[in-house]
Design a protein around this ligand. Structure first.
Ligand SMILES: Cc1cc2nc3c(=O)[nH]c(=O)nc-3n(C[C@H](O)[C@H](O)[C@H](O)COP(=O)(O)OP(=O)(O)OC[C@H]3O[C@@H](n4cnc5c(N)ncnc54)[C@H](O)[C@@H]3O)c2cc1C
Length: 391
């Protein structure tokens, strides 16, 4: 009888794991992906919506081709994992009368990504309607509307304490906002302040380059300061400083979803090692992607690589050869355009975690070609995972 492999989260880690396992184990397994929406929206190019350089049709993919290949899907919001009885509970969607459904597993991969949690900021609950950012589609649209209409005032951008998803995205946000304001010829009337809860803009190896570019663009940088309070007009930092804002681009602190914390503890799902992604508590539960507690940045390449390592652990159980994989990546950071043209430049860096300490490389010169390379890289992932004939 085939083993039931259930995957929570049809994103980068979940889809990488589902394809890898189905391809190698075939009829030995029944792979079911349980995921919230019947579509996936990519992350990396979301910031370019602000400068009108990316459109939604290039960012969204469906699961139909993966279904045609034999991977099963259950669409719904997972509300509970019962690891003692090997069950996942979900509220089916889309449905008017939402039903709770149970899915049973022999092996479970947990890969639902992160939640953005503003509860540590006083006033957040009442004033979260003011929050824009590049992370969530609705808030991204609000940011777009505001950046393209603001005429004067102050824009505050906030990066929470690490770890959070995609280390450079808050800095990218500040630099792309600067570009739009230059394009609209209102830059001299709008202050842009980047507040970073960390010692320097992330990721660390590129902090000097990003800080210099922010200085050249007149973006005010405040580091090692958390936003602890907000209302509809100002944010308050942990040293008591008040920053009035016209537009607030705030990323909340990140953590694992509640159903993960309730089943395994938190704030991230603890695994045995970066190569052995079984939960420290259960042999039949694996984790990959942003939800896993790993000593690496939370990004797409690490999500892909951790999902491959998770699949290799399963292959051991089936007596199959592991696939070759290692933790390293090349990344690109959008830095906008100093002349206010809607053609963003990017810087390139790489991190290799196979050496101790990790080896970093970087090119401090912003280039248009790096933005185009990032686009090819992102589209390549989307094609590979959602048009599996390219896998
Ligand atoms: C603005 C932005 C910019 C980024 N830039 C970069 C970049 O330049 N480079 C880079 O490498 N990475 C970047 N990333 C990060 C990258 O997108 C993530 O690290 C990667 O997607 C993590 O993969 P994952 O599988 O863990 O999570 P995801 O890809 O987010 O997938 C999680 C899936 O789980 C589903 N899910 C969540 N909760 C539930 C639930 N309760 N029940 C059922 N399903 C659920 C979600 O709907 C989603 O489909 C960026 C992300 C964002 C948002």
């Amino acid at each position: 009888m085939s083993k039931r492999v259930v995957v929570i989260g049809g994103g980068i880690a979940g889809m990488t794991f589902a394809h890898t396992v189905k391809d190698k184990l075939g009829d030995q397994v029944e792979v079911t992906v349980v995921t919230k929406d019947p579509f996936y929206m990519t992350g990396p190019s979301k910031p370019l919506v602000v400068t009108k350089e990316q459109s939604y049709d290039r960012m969204v993919r469906g699961y139909e081709e993966a279904m045609a290949k034999g991977i099963k899907f259950a669409f719904g919001n997972v509300s509970e994992i019962d690891p003692a009885n090997r069950k996942v509970k979900l509220v089916e969607a889309p449905s008017r009368a939402a039903r709770v459904k149970e899915v049973e597993y022999d092996y479970l991969l947990v890969a639902p990504g992160v939640v953005y949690d503003g509860s540590s900021i006083n006033g957040y609950e009442d004033y979260s309607y003011q929050v824009t950012n590049v992370y969530e589609p609705g808030r991204l649209d609000l940011l777009y509307q505001k950046v393209w209409s603001v005429k004067e005032g102050t824009i505050v951008v906030y990066a929470p304490p690490m770890p959070y998803r995609c280390a450079p995205a808050p800095s990218e946000t500040a630099l792309l906002i600067d570009t739009v304001l230059r394009y609209r010829r209102v830059r001299d009337k709008v202050r842009v302040i980047h507040v970073d809860a960390n010692e320097k803009p992330q990721p660390g190896p590129t902090a000097d380059i990003i800080s210099n570019i922010m200085k050249e663009r007149g973006i005010e940088l405040i580091t090692s300061r958390k936003i602890v309070e907000m209302n509809d007009k100002e944010v308050i930092l942990d040293n008591g400083e008040k920053l009035p804002y016209s537009v607030l681009a705030l990323l909340e602190p990140n953590r694992a979803p509640d159903f993960v914390i309730e089943a395994f503890g938190g704030p991230w799902l603890e695994v045995r090692s970066p190569q052995d992604l079984r939960s420290v508590k259960y042999d039949d539960v694996l984790a990959a992607g942003d939800v896993a507690k790993l000593p690496f940045p939370k990004n797409q390449e690490i999500a892909f690589e951790s999902a491959k390592f998770a699949a290799n652990k399963l292959f051991e159980e089936f007596g199959e050869e592991p696939e070759k994989v290692k933790y390293w990546f090349i990344g690109w950071i959008y830095v906008g355009n100093p002349e206010g043209r809607l053609e963003s430049l990017s810087i390139q860096f790489s991190l290799d975690f196979t050496t101790k300490p990790p080896k970093a490389t970087k090119d401090p010169e912003p280039k248009r070609d790096y933005t185009l390379q990032k686009d090819r890289w992102e589209q390549g992932y989307l094609n590979k995972l959602f048009h599996p004939k390219d896998w």
